[in-house]
Design a protein around this ligand. Structure first.
Ligand code: PHB
Length: 391
């Protein structure tokens, strides 16, 4: 009798222990955040992670009764690493969502894993138009290159720029920027005399800039990924391009807020189009900027940080809407159609494309109180990704 009671007790405790553990697991919601924390794109990783952590710090780590756990992995911008890490996060860690994706090839490498495992993938940085079509489980909180390139193509011919050479990083977002800028600029009566492409990794801009000098266009249109703008700006000045009367224009990736102050006065007057500037004049941005800088030793946020911040918001809201009970499909449904005020301005997630619809601003680099800013001077409202509209 005594023995049986003892065994029963052991069994009961064992069961309780196991179910207690299961309960603990059930009550955790895991976000697997994969970013380039090292290498050429490390500034992107640092910014996106800081944006994610700020949202979590401001909104708590318990949502709909679940404890939100963030797991950060460094892929060094090597797509094979991104894929392996995503696989491990899904299979071993059983993450509820995947997020991050510093460059397009990383996002594309993870897309099949998102599809097979029905795990939502929140693309917070990468910006080639076609990414959202690679999996029905992808939703994007960053932007697309077609979305921001077209506005500049409309602005240029009205502002004395008739002849342009384009220079882009030779991969997805660069090719999108080149195509959509060129098509619209030519439609508006402009001429693109040459289209140059530079390698993504360790680019030496010098030989390309020499070609631009020889071609003497009114302006050079550029796309380089966040982090590479300072090197380009430096070589642009060293080659005396501005003195030769060649203006620099581009998507806002080149005058990235994170690095802008280090570029010095060469950057003054550069006109870009993009979806976020730290100088954006709204109460939501003022609050975001202040909190971000306070939490990150005065680091200036850039558009990557906003992609991380807003992407985390999408997850939190979806978790709330599904009362913490849904799987991947329910979370995806709850992310579609979300509409809110971002530090960048009003945004919404197009339910059909799962891409972000947002304002695109024309900006000019100016000095205020000794610091360089992308000062917004015009806005095109509620811009959908034109890359999708074409299909
Ligand atoms: C991308 O690889 O999709 C990418 C990276 C950095 C940018 C924009 C696009 O600034």
């Amino acid at each position: 009798m005594q023995k049986r009671t003892f065994l029963q007790t052991v069994a009961t405790v064992g069961l309780l222990g196991a179910s207690g553990l299961a309960l603990a697991q059930d009550n955790v919601f895991k976000i697997g955040l994969i970013l380039p924390m090292t290498g050429q794109q490390a500034t992107t990783g640092r910014q996106v992670e800081a944006g994610v952590r700020l949202w979590m710090a401001q909104n708590g780590d318990t949502v709909a009764g679940k404890k939100v756990q963030l797991i950060v992995k460094d892929d060094g911008s090597v797509p094979a690493n991104t894929r392996r890490l995503a696989q491990e996060l899904v299979v071993n860690d059983k993450v509820n969502v995947l997020a991050g994706m510093g460059i397009t090839p990383s996002a594309l490498a993870v897309a099949p894993i998102a599809t097979q495992s029905k795990t939502p993938l929140i693309v917070m940085a990468a910006a080639t138009s076609s990414i959202t079509e690679a999996s029905p489980y992808i939703v994007r909180s960053s932007f697309t290159l077609p979305q921001v390139s077209v506005a500049l193509a409309d602005w240029a011919p009205k502002n004395g720029i008739k002849n342009v050479v384009t220079l882009v990083s030779d991969y997805g977002p660069g090719l999108d920027a080149e195509k959509f800028f060129k098509e619209r600029f030519q439609f508006d009566g402009g001429k693109v005399s040459e289209s140059l492409r530079v390698p993504l990794m360790n680019p030496d801009f010098a030989p390309f800039l020499q070609k631009v000098r020889d071609a003497k266009p009114d302006a050079l249109f550029v796309f380089v990924p966040s982090g590479a703008g300072a090197a380009l700006m430096k070589q642009f000045a060293e080659r005396g391009m501005d003195k030769a009367g060649i203006r620099l224009i581009g998507t806002g990736d080149v005058t990235d807020d994170d690095l802008l102050n280090d570029m010095g006065d060469t950057a003054l007057g550069v006109v870009t189009s993009h979806h976020y500037s730290v100088d954006h004049n709204s109460p939501a941005n003022k609050k975001f900027l202040e909190a971000f800088m306070k939490a990150n030793k005065n680091l200036r946020p850039n558009f990557m940080a906003v992609g991380g911040y807003d992407g985390t918001r999408l997850v939190y809201e979806a978790l709330k809407k599904t009362a913490g009970k849904g799987g991947g499909d329910a979370l995806m449904a709850a992310m579609k159609g979300q509409i809110f005020e971002s530090p960048r301005g009003p945004v919404f997630i197009d339910a059909q494309t799962r891409d972000i619809v947002q304002n695109v601003y024309l900006r000019k680099v100016e000095k205020k109180n000794g610091q360089l800013y992308n000062v917004e001077f015009d806005v095109i409202k509620d811009v959908k990704d034109p890359g999708k509209a074409k299909q």
